[in-house]
Design a protein. Structure first.
Length: 293
């Protein structure tokens, strides 16, 4: 299948590219002037906020599937840069949908548990979204744009993605490892709950969704429902690092700019039942990551 991946330099984009390149014809795209981890895979610069560029590239390449991994993902940044966040997460998605109109191509889009308010998580696909921060709002609006379009779609909501991608900046795991290895104390919130998701497991799931031609809305996440402080302790434990460098703090004390859903996270029964994908625990994922270093 001819697949165009947006945001291919991002944490998830890299993992999807790795897996999908084995059996599909790919065109990877992102803002940067090259694919940061491979010279062998076809790449084009694409800013999804530029509708003319999207139209031009799509009509030249004629993809059968768009995997949209591009997004503005800085949750606090989105409160300050609303125009940019909306431009990428909502208008960018609308540009993709418009460019696909009149073709038979399909879109797979990635969304988030931050479409929920975090009052009663973890959440099912049937629960009603109620975003409480601007990032969550833009992701909800992107879902709405897709649902109301005529383009065949699959939306996968996920949360707290972690992995060993090239995109270290965004990785919670590498942040914890680097800080503790440098004997720096870190403060990690103990009241934001979710089920951390191994990027490779999500990429395997997307591969399966493509193979089985599954469409609709699905939740995919890890099997452990824990808070970020407990997650950091688990990272230290698996990498045999001193846990005393990790201090527990409340969200209120930390004072993050964007309000956070406290009991967020996702229930994955539906995707497991319909596709048989594997749901990884944090321990399984970190053990594999550690073994491949
Ligand atoms: N990370 C998480 O914990 C998490 C949780 C739930 C859902 N998600 C969703 O999962 C998806 C993938 O997330 P991720 O963690 O892989 O994100 P990421 O690492 O931040 O990657 C996003 C990529 O999109 C690129 N991008 C930004 N603006 C763009 C534009 N205008 N046109 C084209 N590309 C653009 C970014 O480039 P620059 O780096 O140069 O800006 C980056 O390479 C997103 O839809 C996100 O909302 C993520």
């Amino acid at each position: 299948m001819k697949i165009l991946i947006t945001g291919a330099n991002g944490m998830l984009g890299e993992k999807c590219t790795d897996i999908l390149a084995e059996k599909h014809e790919l065109l990877t795209t992102d803002l940067a002037d090259k694919l940061t981890y491979s010279n062998a895979i076809p790449y084009a610069v694409l800013d999804i906020t530029k509708s003319e560029s999207v139209n031009r590239l799509f009509s030249e390449y004629k993809p059968e599937l768009i995997l949209n991994c591009a997004a503005y993902t800085n949750v606090d940044g989105a409160e300050k840069n609303k125009e940019l966040a909306h431009g990428v997460n909502v208008d960018g998605v609308k540009n993709i949908l418009a460019a696909l109109s009149g073709t038979n191509a399909k879109i797979i889009h990635i969304s988030t548990d931050y479409v929920f308010d975090g009052a009663h998580g973890p959440y099912r696909e049937t629960d009603k979204p109620k975003p409480i921060n601007y990032y969550g709002m833009t992701k909800f609006l992107s879902e709405e744009a897709i649902r109301h379009s005529s383009i065949p779609w699959t939306i996968i909501r996920t949360n707290v993605i972690f992995g060993d991608s090239n995109f270290q900046e965004a990785s919670f795991v590498s942040w914890v490892l680097n800080k503790i290895t440098n004997r720096e104390t870190i403060r990690v919130v103990n009241d934001q709950f979710g089920n951390p998701t191994w990027a490779d497991g999500l990429a395997m799931t997307i591969d399966k969704i493509i193979d089985k031609q599954v469409s609709g809305l699905y939740h995919y996440a890890g099997s452990d429902y824990i808070n970020r402080f407990e997650f950091a302790l688990e990272i230290a434990s698996i990498y045999s690092l001193d846990p005393t460098f990790i201090r527990s703090i409340t969200t209120r004390t930390l004072g993050q700019l964007a309000p956070r859903p406290f009991k967020a996270g996702l229930i994955t029964d539906l995707i497991r039942k319909e596709t048989g994908v594997k749901i990884f625990s944090i321990k399984e994922a970190l053990t594999i990551m550690k073994g491949t270093e």
